[in-house]
Ligand binder design. Structure first.
Ligand code: AMP
Length: 560
């Protein structure tokens, strides 16, 4: 597989293996916080970075620190402190992803609520990167005060959150256990006095990095957001497009792969759509933009980089499928519509984790981004009928002269009424698209709340203990130590059985049978227990795997 190394990253002098990993993940260009922080961290300076989740801050410290890591030294070199277990797991997974081409890099996540034994074992087995919550790390330190003696780089991630959770003392205790000579990087969304005091005491002449957020007027553009869960994005996009009256639309996603996947999905649903990303040769990109201008394309799914400077007056809608990194790029994106004094509409999909970013956007733009709901079945049906009527209206004129006699002839041959003939022709024309309320309801994508409810509900045919009792979530079996649960959206309804999943993971994941734990195949998804160690690499090997003809797309499953 050939991957082009993204120009913006290549210029940052990161380790070649890190660059290869970034190219594989599909990042095109460093986000603003990344292009500012990476050179500072690579140069070994202490740093204070003001950035929040969603800006790409994890890679902003992970990429340069990995580039300075010596995989041959099998002792802790990098320590990341995070406020929560979830963030620790997420950051650890990011480090695994970005280091998967380096060889010999081991990451351990250390957090409360899990047994100390395996964490200690991983620490002793030469992990070079520790991602920890402060409380649990202090427990380990009390048992082994030399634990952090070899750490050369410390990152405090979401420092303001850590202080809010009362970790001040623990953090000071950890500082004491670290070598004086270490590099310290502090990331925080806000910089209250308490954070500045910590920085004052523990950082050496830190450089400050902050993304400038200029207020810009976006008054001509009507903005709205829709709350969705990440895995509901494709269906939600399809729903929105059915009811939005757009001329041309540009949709933004974060990776090149996502531009391709989304454009393909839209094409399959009958839209004239194309991807636009930095991997496409210049000439091809220009053809896409020309096609959008002259009306032979209606939707372009782009990354920020590829859409830079795009000026197509026909664009009436901007759809932010993935959140932008910062308010500036949001303003930039939505400025693709409302060109030349026209009005435009900008829609933003927000996952629950990204709520805060939405508030920042509202603050910086000085405008409220109101909430919309997913269109209900009635609205969708009405839109479908309206579209159908609009497309047929111009055909009525002169139809009787041109085709009336054939129509009568066919009714006679088929011994049917003109209504029945029209209905049959319509069925062919609309190709299985539901045109009745029940049918549309059946296609309805799930709202986040309904999706949660459904996943907690026992499946049909499964008995609750006493009928009439409120149904509760089926408890999951406790996990064996060292194993984690992964989820795929393939289940019984896709014709998948446990043995198919097992075979695929053994063959394509190159995993021994014994390494795989319980496999639970449910109606609409399956859960599989897999070894935590090397999980990112395993998921990488299974990236293209298909089971029963469908993409497996295995992901780590977080149970809370
Ligand atoms: P973070 O702010 O670290 O939580 O990152 C937010 C999301 O942005 C994560 O899903 C990252 O995988 C993604 N991301 C980080 N850097 C880039 C980049 N340069 N290009 C595209 N996506 C990125």
């Amino acid at each position: 597989m050939t991957q082009t190394l993204a120009g913006g990253f290549a210029a940052l002098e990161l380790h070649p293996a890190v660059l290869t990993a970034i190219a594989a993940v599909g990042y095109e260009e460093p986000s603003p916080i990344q292009s500012q922080s990476i050179p500072v961290i690579l140069a070994g300076h202490d740093m204070i970075g003001q950035a929040q989740t969603g800006t790409g801050k994890t890679a902003a410290f992970a990429l340069p620190l990995l580039s300075r890591l010596d995989p041959a030294r099998r002792e802790p070199q990098i320590l990341i402190l995070t406020p929560t277990r979830e963030l620790a797991l997420q950051v650890a997974a990011a480090f695994e992803r970005y280091s998967c081409e380096m060889g010999g890099v081991k990451v351990v996540a250390v957090y409360g609520g899990a047994p100390m034994g395996p964490q200690l074992k991983a620490l002793r087995q030469g992990a070079q990167i520790i991602v920890a919550t402060p409380g649990r790390l202090c427990d380990h330190l009390r048992r082994d005060e030399k634990l952090l003696g070899s750490v050369a780089h410390l990152v405090l991630d979401e420092a303001d959150e850590m202080l809010k959770l009362g970790f001040m003392e623990d953090i000071e205790f950890i500082f004491e256990a670290l070598p004086e000579s270490r590099q310290t990087v502090l990331f925080s969304a806000t910089l209250p006095a308490s954070i500045r005091a910590i920085a004052e005491r523990n950082l050496k002449s830190p450089k400050h990095v902050k993304i400038a957020a200029k207020t810009q007027t976006v008054e001509r553009i009507e903005q709205a957001h829709l709350m969705v869960h990440a895995d509901q994005k494709p269906v939600s996009v399809l729903r929105l497009l059915e009811v939005e009256q757009f001329d041309a639309l540009i949709a933004f996603v974060r990776t090149k792969q996502a531009t391709l996947d989304m454009a393909e999905l839209l094409e399959r649903h009958g839209y004239r759509a194309s991807a636009l990303n930095g991997d496409m040769p210049q000439a091809q990109r220009e053809r896409v933009i020309e096609a959008l201008k002259d009306g032979s394309l209606d939707i372009v799914v782009a990354t920020d980089v590829a859409a830079r400077g795009l000026d197509v007056p026909r664009i009436t809608h901007v759809l932010n499928i993935d959140m932008p990194y910062d308010p500036e790029s949001y303003v930039h994106r939505i400025g693709r519509t409302g060109r030349a004094g026209r009005t435009g509409r900008a829609l933003l999909l927000v996952t629950p984790r990204e709520r805060r970013m939405l508030q920042v956007i509202e603050r910086v733009t000085g405008q409220k981004v109101g909430e919309i709901r997913l269109p209900d079945a009635e609205t969708v049906l009405e839109a479908r009928l309206q579209r159908l009527a609009n497309s047929l209206r111009p055909l009525l004129e002169g139809a009787d002269e041109a085709r009336g006699s054939v129509c009568r002839e066919l009714c006679q041959r088929l011994d049917c009424t003109p209504e029945l003939l029209a209905a049959a022709l319509l069925a062919r024309q609309t190709q299985g698209q539901a045109l009745d309320l029940e049918g549309v309801r059946r296609e309805q994508p799930l709202t986040p709340a309904a999706a949660r409810e459904r996943s907690e509900r026992p499946e049909r045919g499964e008995r609750t203990e006493r009928s009439g009792e409120p149904r509760t979530r089926r408890p999951l079996e406790p996990l064996t130590e060292g194993r984690v649960r992964c989820r795929t959206a393939l289940g019984k309804r896709d014709g998948v059985a446990a043995k198919n999943l097992l075979g695929a993971i053994i063959n394509e994941g190159q995993l021994a049978r014994e390494a795989i734990g319980r496999i639970q195949v449910r109606e609409t998804f399956s859960l599989i227990e897999l070894p935590e160690e090397g999980l990112e690499r395993l998921l990488g090997r299974l990236k293209e795997t298909r089971v029963a003809g469908k993409a497996l797309r295995l992901r780590r499953y977080h149970e809370d």
